[in-house]
Design a protein around this ligand. Structure first.
Ligand code: ZN
Ligand code: ZN
Length: 410
């Protein structure tokens, strides 16, 4: 049993046509693990068929990443290829679209020193700003899809021979990505319509805060002033309607970086920078995490929170019903693209400027005044389940049920 080439090809086509929605004559920059070459080749083919003027892939490799930790001198851990990110930024400024392939082994760096991993993460985030800002600000159309690498598949299906695990993970990616059936483009249009209904209702409520109640969770989460709920396909500032995440099941908005109080317990492990963090529990005071524990990977979690001031505050809140197909599949993916779309979640760090009205035009200071968080990191973690209830609190203090037992209550 090997990865189904037909499924791989359809995933590539959906990523190009529905995901990034590449425009005639547009350039495309792809980043990918080298193991994802079979998918990248399919994507490049579909991109040129869709009218791409130039497709430029940039590859990484897990063994090469590890070699730095094993043989690199101490000074290596504060270095990042700024020149590369500046080049990518220049490509986006001149109109290129962006595609990222995810699928690295979630445990790639689990044996390495968390302090070194954190240093590399920070150096990379700083250097990557020219490439990341056009994405975070939604200036260009972009998309992330996944490829089932051997290391990732072995983590998800540890009892299977690796080729079989990869084939099975491909099936799971395919099902989660809503591309089975005769007309995936139509499926995605219907799915977007459904998400937009939730977005519309939430925007009409203009909630001041959300109140979460569940096992280990009692949280009042204030929302940013002028926050806007988003979800599904939406237009980038270049006017192209794209679907940034495949799959996507979330509706999301901007929390208030200084108005979050209470306790939250994670409901799924978090795979972050080559390690898995389990049973995260945190306490917020005035938006800041003041206590953080994890049963596994606690030092990785604490190094992450210490990245900068905004790393211990949140920049995204997202709602996902427990009945989402990814959640119902019962597969724990150890990959945020999938796990965040199986569960309500919050993200540590940077907010999306376009989830605040007028935010794309704001300076960082103006964004902060509305409650938008600023940080080098943006890390989603899962805190939803069928045992979590969520209420919306209006400006006048009325309580409106939003989710009951992990399902929409409206
Ligand atoms: Zn999210
Ligand atoms: Zn996020």
């Amino acid at each position: 049993m090997t990865i189904d080439p037909v499924k791989l090809d359809r995933l590539a086509e959906v990523a190009v046509r529905t995901g990034v929605n590449l425009a005639q004559g547009q350039e495309l920059v792809i980043t990918a693990p080298i193991e994802a070459l079979p998918l990248v080749r399919r994507i490049v083919e579909h991109a040129y068929k869709a009218g791409a003027s130039l497709v430029t892939p940039i590859f990484s490799d897990g063994e090469i990443t590890k070699a730095r930790y094993e043989h690199g001198g101490d000074a290596s851990f504060d270095k990042a290829p700024a020149w590369l990110f500046e080049g990518m930024g220049a490509a986006f400024k001149s109109g290129a679209a962006r595609m990222a392939i995810t699928g690295d082994d979630p445990m790639l760096l689990a044996e390495q020193d968390p302090a070194k991993v954190a240093r590399v993460g920070k150096a990379t985030s700083i250097a990557a700003k020219p490439a990341m800002n056009p994405i975070v600000g939604f200036e260009v159309n972009w998309n992330i899809v996944a490829y089932p690498t051997a290391g990732w598949a072995a983590q998800v299906f540890p009892d299977l021979p690796v080729e079989e695990a990869q084939a099975k993970l491909m099936d799971a990616i395919y099902d989660a990505s809503r591309i089975g059936g005769d007309d995936p483009v139509r499926n995605w249009a219907d799915h977007t319509t459904e998400l937009k209904k939730r977005v519309k209702w939430l925007n009409e409520q203009k909630f001041d805060a959300l109140q979460y109640t569940g096992p280990g969770t009692d949280l009042r989460l204030g929302l940013a002033e002028g926050h806007i709920w988003k979800g599904g396909a939406s237009p980038a500032l270049n006017g192209i309607i794209c679907q940034p995440n495949i799959p996507t099941e979330e509706v999301f908005t901007c929390p208030h970086a200084y108005k979050v109080d209470g306790r939250v317990s994670a409901t799924k492990p978090l795979a972050h920078q080559g390690s898995v963090i389990e049973n995260i529990a945190v306490r917020f005071e005035a938006g800041k995490i003041v206590e953080a524990t994890a049963s596994k990977g606690q030092d990785v979690l604490r190094a992450l929170l210490a990245t900068d001031d905004g790393a211990s505050r949140i920049g995204e809140v997202a709602l996902v019903p427990h009945s989402s197909p990814i959640s119902q599949s019962g597969v724990l993916f150890y990959n945020t693209l999938f796990d965040e779309n199986a569960s309500c979640h919050i993200a540590l760090g940077q907010c999306y400027a376009d989830t605040i009205a007028g935010g794309s035009e704001f300076s960082p200071e103006e964004l902060q005044q509305k409650g938008g968080n600023q940080s080098l990191i943006h890390v989603d973690w899962m805190m939803g389940s069928d045992a979590v209830d969520i209420d919306g609190i209006t400006l006048t203090g009325d309580v409106v049920p939003v989710m009951r037992g992990g399902e929409w209550a409206f």
